[in-house]
Design a protein around this ligand. Structure first.
Ligand SMILES: [Zn+2]
Length: 263
């Protein structure tokens, strides 16, 4: 059976993890990955004795041992690379500055602030864009969500404040001059960048689209993905995406953010 609920367990000694930005991502990204429900559970600050603290301490000890051997660890990348050479059951991931910025780029302009964030110990999301929170975790009616401990619903993203400065472009007139240009088309409710290959007499567009991996990251699929789109599925014309790696490209973050907010 495929997993449908994603349960996240983390430590939570600071407000950092319990921020509205992370709550927003929690209310979006797991759904994009195919989950239909999410819980995020924050362990109480364990004064250095909880399981999450134990993992942190083990990593720190390993890093200390590397430095003691005379190897400098001036930045996170070096720490990561050195630790990856060590035998360990702890799974490490390196998050680059670029990836952090990319995520920032998809945040809406305005997010709902949740008061008393430090008291929150469980977030539950059962619908994209929506979360609910409570002061203690409860799983008494799994896989359904119980209402114990005053579960409180919050709509994460607020309507954007004022008119957008970069101007949401109206759907462009479809004409043959668009051939060869980059656009965003809607397929099954999701936006994809692609190149206009042809324009039909009925104003339909033949578009070769890229595939998406994660937030604002696209690549050309092995087999060309070329299909006709109705004019109403053309979201807007965009500048050519820029390469991030050899295979991956991204749209200018502010453009992606606008498109994401409009969908
Ligand atoms: Zn319960």
């Amino acid at each position: 059976m495929e997993a449908t609920t994603l349960h996240v367990i983390s430590d939570g000694p600071t407000t950092q993890y319990r921020s509205k930005k992370n709550f927003f991502f929690l209310s979006q990204i797991p759904y994009e990955m195919g989950f239909s429900r999410v819980t995020w559970n924050f362990l109480e600050a364990g004064h250095g004795k909880g399981p999450a603290d134990g993992v942190g301490a083990a990593v720190k000890r390993q890093a200390d041992a590397i430095v003691a051997k005379g190897i400098d660890l001036p930045n996170a990348k070096m720490v990561y690379e050195q630790l990856m050479n060590q035998p360990s059951s702890i799974k490490l991931m390196y998050v680059s500055e670029e990836e952090v910025q990319e995520m920032d780029g998809v945040l809406p302009d305005r997010l709902e602030t949740i008061k008393g964030t430090m008291a929150i110990h469980q977030i539950v999301s059962t619908e994209p864009g929506e979360i609910a929170w409570r002061v203690l975790s409860c799983f008494c009616q799994e896989p359904n969500t119980c209402q114990c401990y005053g579960l409180k619903k919050v709509q994460m993203s607020l309507p954007s404040s004022g008119p957008s400065t970069s101007g949401s472009q109206p759907i462009p007139n479809v004409h043959t001059g668009l051939v060869g240009r980059w656009c965003i088309v809607k397929y099954d409710g999701d936006p994809y960048p692609g190149i206009v290959i042809d324009v039909g007499s009925d104003s339909c567009l033949l578009v070769k689209t890229m595939s998406r991996v994660g937030i604002n990251r696209f690549f050309w699929p092995m087999r060309d993905d070329v299909i006709w789109y109705r004019p109403e599925d053309l979201i807007r014309m965009v500048p050519e995406p820029v390469p991030v790696t050899k295979r991956h490209m991204m749209l200018e973050p502010s453009i992606w953010k606008e498109i994401f907010n409009e969908m």
